[in-house]
Design a protein around this ligand. Structure first.
Ligand code: FAD
Length: 510
């Protein structure tokens, strides 16, 4: 019989196994379910949740064996987009016995990675292979944090399959799983080969121009190259950066609504400084990894929230736009989180209804405008591939100030980010930074700088779907899925959304 021990406190130099001998003498094996650092006291310590097993026992892992159905479909379901949502829709469909067709505008991961390197090195942005587009979607160049706020019975299945295709096993039981960009990239090729072997027909380098409808029924897709493919089921998994296909849907009167989102800047500190703030005298302790933080401020009067997002300890700030005339910042890290920098987005919430009323595409327009301003600023400073940046002190004092070194592979150029953002956003960021500095003294420092613009934290529109059938509320056979449709916000939640859609299709076919 396994035994569960929660809140086990272990000093940085103490041994967990020794402690377990006290708690469960003669235990055979154990697994760590949760490990966090408590740095609030003067002596930081680990806090563990552990399951122990008897000498002849083994931790159980669920296999999630799925029953295949015998479906007689006139046409295979079509999936658009090979990000986490599209790949997991395809995976679940084939595992349930339904063949499908997947179109991805970008290339297979290795080709895509060459294009990203060329962008960061020379500034040549490919419109189909970049940090958001190509096999693996935005997830492939992400920070690889797999934590999600959603609750779903499909989460363990998603994590199990990621492990099956090469992710570290620990993601199945750690409460704060992180794979890093380097490890997530290794998962994608075996997943692709498995899909192909199970009857998923994959077309890379094949952008879909639009979904085809007859009246309000889905009939297939039209590709950018003029070919069309028929199907009465199209699953749209195009992510938060594919605007063209959303505009096409709007032309066909598919119901799309505006959605609240957040915009701001990315802040970068030397990781040592964040370790110092969080771990104090223990900052250099070899047992402690790169420290992280989570910050939030909420103005009760205005309802505006400012918060840290996608914090990447030991990470890199990366240029992650998809259009040549715009610049977007984001962050990533590798599994070991060992770059000498820490970064996080600091973003301000934008309430869609309050800011734009019923103009569904207004958030997207604002986003584009800011990204273009960022690019224009870089060009004005003589830059080509760099991102605009301002020291935190320069931003707070609204003046030019020298920049420091950065983790960004494409570099930075000086810019007045305080002037580039809308006045209200700048004001909210200034107030929040001052507040954050009170809860984390040293957060505002001479060595901290801001890099812009952080505009793609989520999708500012939603292709509204029926909660039961998962189909568009206006067009049957269209299944909006993942982050681009406004139904997910991260790798795990997008993958889970794909599984939900696949299961909805399975139950229609059973
Ligand atoms: C730099 C970065 C770091 C991130 N870090 C994290 C993190 O640590 N943890 C986390 O949970 N999330 C992170 N995210 C967010 C996460 O990656 C996304 O939430 C997730 O990938 C969304 O999945 P999706 O499948 O809905 O869309 P996407 O991953 O965006 O995939 C959409 C796919 O559709 C394709 N496509 C678009 N239009 C067409 C078309 N017309 N025809 C054919 N194909 C098309 C695109 O090329 C793309 O491959 C990060 C994102 C970025 C950019």
């Amino acid at each position: 019989m396994s035994k569960l021990f929660d809140q086990i406190k272990i000093g940085l130099d103490e041994s967990l196994e020794e402690q377990l001998q006290w708690l469960d003498p003669g235990f055979g094996t154990y697994r760590v379910l949760k490990k966090s650092i408590d740095a609030r006291t003067s002596t930081p310590h680990w806090v563990y949740r552990v399951e122990t097993y008897g000498p002849n026992e083994k931790p159980e892992t669920q296999e999630f064996s799925l029953a295949k159905i015998k479906a007689q479909l006139a046409h295979k379901p079509i999936i658009v987009g090979a990000g986490p949502a599209g790949l997991f829709t395809a995976l679940r469909l084939v595992e349930r016995g339904i063949s499908c067709v997947l179109f991805e505008q970008g290339s297979v991961a290795p080709e895509r990675m060459k294009a990203i390197a060329a962008y960061w090195r020379y500034g040549n942005l490919s419109s189909t292979n970049n940090v958001c587009f190509g096999e693996g979607g935005a997830g492939l160049y992400s920070d690889g944090k797999l934590i999600t706020r959603i609750k779903s019975p499909h989460i363990p299945y998603v994590l199990n399959r990621l492990v099956k295709f090469g992710a570290p096993e620990e993601i199945q039981y750690l409460s704060n799983p992180h794979v890093g960009s380097d490890k997530i990239r290794k998962v994608i090729p075996p997943l692709r080969e498995f899909l192909k072997s199970q009857g998923c027909e994959i077309h890379f380098d094949t952008p879909v121009k639009k979904v085809l409808f007859k009246g309000n029924k889905t009939t297939g897709v039209l590709l950018q190259d003029g070919r069309s493919f028929s199907s009465d089921r199209v699953i749209l998994c195009t992510g938060h950066s594919a605007i063209g296909i959303l505009e096409e849907l709007a032309k066909d009167s598919v119901f799309i609504e505006g959605k609240s989102f957040a915009i701001g800047l990315r802040i970068e500190h030397p990781q040592k400084d964040i370790n110092q703030i969080q771990y104090k005298t223990y900052a250099e302790h070899p047992a402690l990894g790169a420290a992280n933080y989570r910050l939030a401020a909420h103005d009760k009067k205005t309802g505006v929230g400012v918060y840290s997002f996608c914090m990447c300890p030991g990470g890199y700030v990366i240029s992650s736009g998809t259009e040549a005339d715009g610049i977007v910042s984001n962050g990533m890290s590798n599994y070991k989180r060992n770059s000498p920098y820490a970064n996080a987005a600091i973003v301000v919430s934008v309430d869609h209804q309050q800011s734009f009323g019923n103009d569904a595409f207004a958030g997207l327009k604002l986003r584009k405008e800011l990204e273009q301003k960022a690019k224009a600023e870089v060009t004005a400073q003589g830059g080509t591939k760099q991102m605009p940046s301002q020291s935190v002190l320069g931003f707070l004092n609204m003046k030019n100030a020298p920049l420091m070194a950065t983790s960004s592979p494409s570099g930075i150029v000086p810019a007045r980010l305080d002037k580039l953002l809308p006045v209200d956003i700048t004001k909210n960021l200034v107030q929040a930074l001052e507040r954050f500095n009170r809860s984390m003294p040293g957060f505002i420092s001479q060595k901290a700088q801001l890099i812009g613009v952080e505009t793609r934290t989520s999708c500012p529109v939603r292709v509204t779907r029926d909660p039961e059938s998962y189909q568009s509320i206006t067009h049957s056979g269209l299944y909006p899925a993942g982050e681009g449709a406004g139904y997910a916000g991260g790798i795990t939640s997008a993958a889970v959304d794909g599984v939900r859609i696949a299961e909805a299709i399975v139950s229609e076919c059973e």
